[in-house]
Write a protein of this length. Structure first.
Length: 181
């Protein structure tokens, strides 16, 4: 990966099978690298500098150079409504940046994880928002998906769980059940 030196302070390599936690003021996400190393990248206020409250980007992305995958991650409190727009703005900003476009262009898979702790406040029009974001992400993914909705994952962080998903398809995440990339 060829990356401009000015971004290196916002990127950490996570070795194969190593675990780490992504955090903001309200939420933590437990992740683990799979068989390959991944890059944990701070996006909002990191590789993309903040330009104002109305132009916020997603919090992190996980990049797998070997698998050619980018996973955009937005950590929220209970309300996830703004997360869809933040991920969209992130993709468009990365796509236009000559130093960072490789993070979204020509990837086999580009998807999004909208993360909140405990109970999620689900917007009334979530399916249309999810479909719109999924269609956008599908345009950046070279692997075809049957349903664009599969590219947008809702994650609920819980204290303990022995299940990977609840009955509505929301991914359950805990220290015991990290998301493996």
């Amino acid at each position: 990966m060829k990356i401009n030196e000015k971004y290196l302070n916002y990127m950490d390599k996570v070795s194969a099978r190593q675990r780490c936690t992504l955090r903001d003021a309200q939420t933590s996400l437990f992740i683990q690298a799979g068989e390959d190393e991944i890059w944990k990248v701070r996006v909002d206020g990191g590789i993309i500098q903040k330009t104002g409250e109305k132009d916020r980007k997603c919090d992190f992305l996980i990049y797998s150079e070997r698998k050619k995958q980018t996973h955009l991650i937005e950590l929220k409190g209970a309300a996830i409504r703004a997360a869809f727009e933040q991920v969209e703005r992130t993709v468009l900003t990365l796509d236009k940046d000559e130093d960072l476009f490789f993070l979204v262009q020509k990837q086999k898979k580009t998807d999004a994880y909208l993360v909140s702790p405990g109970r999620q406040e689900v917007p009334k029009n979530i399916n249309s928002q999810k479909r719109r974001l999924g269609a956008m992400l599908a345009r950046y993914s070279s692997e075809k998906v049957e349903d664009v909705m599969e590219l947008v994952h809702r994650v609920r962080v819980v204290s303990k769980s022995n299940m990977r998903q609840d009955n509505s398809g929301v991914i359950l995440n805990s220290n015991d059940q990290p998301i493996i990339f």
